[in-house]
Ligand binder design. Structure first.
Ligand code: ZN
Length: 189
């Protein structure tokens, strides 16, 4: 049985130059797909400690490991990390789950090295952890990655088995996974 748990990681402030500046803040979420083969984490959020990000966005962020633990999960059971794209607010804590492979599209990896696209050191993935996804890549039984260019050139979304095949060309979305069957939560250690 597979289900999805939303993890609230905190928020960032939006600078005046941001297209959504009128919202003033942006809540940051990660998603844990609880699968029999292990946990798949989608987005790791930003982190603090980068001078430009701290100055512009003032991130108020819960570490991803703490968020997983608080939800009753052990970070050592994370089976994979998915970076739907590599903007700084999606990949900042990849290094906090150092044992897990990271899935990303090749085109997204290429664009991530362009100027001002992201925080390069957050987006960098060691070759041993890097997994390049093809369209409709199977991550686990019933969990696939679909390429959905739009928000970025090669963003991707996840799809789980109980929903019709859909793509969201506006960017990553998890809305299509609502009907995932529930399963027993792991007990907290
Ligand atoms: Zn983005």
């Amino acid at each position: 049985m597979t289900h999805i748990r939303q993890l609230h990681l905190g928020h960032v402030n939006l600078p005046e130059s941001h297209p959504r500046a009128r919202d003033m803040t942006c809540e940051i979420y990660s998603y844990a797909i609880i699968h029999p083969d292990g946990i798949i984490v989608v987005y790791t959020g930003p982190r603090v400690g980068h001078s430009v990000v701290d100055k512009l966005y003032s991130p108020q962020i819960t570490p991803i490991v703490d968020a997983l633990n608080h939800a009753g999960f052990d970070e050592r059971e994370v089976h994979a990390v998915v970076n739907t794209h590599l903007h700084f607010d999606h990949c900042g804590q990849n290094q906090s789950l150092p044992h897990a492979p990271i899935w990303i599209t090749e085109a997204e990896l290429e664009v991530s090295t362009t100027k001002f696209y992201t925080v390069p050191e957050w987006a960098h993935t060691e070759p041993g952890r890097l997994r390049l996804s093809s369209d409709n890549e199977r991550l686990a039984d019933g969990v696939h990655l679909l390429h959905t260019p739009g928000h970025t050139p090669r963003a991707s979304i996840r799809q789980c088995r109980n929903r019709p095949w859909t793509r969201n060309h506006r960017g990553p979305s998890l809305l299509h996974m609502r009907r995932i069957r529930s399963c027993r939560r792991r007990s907290r250690r």
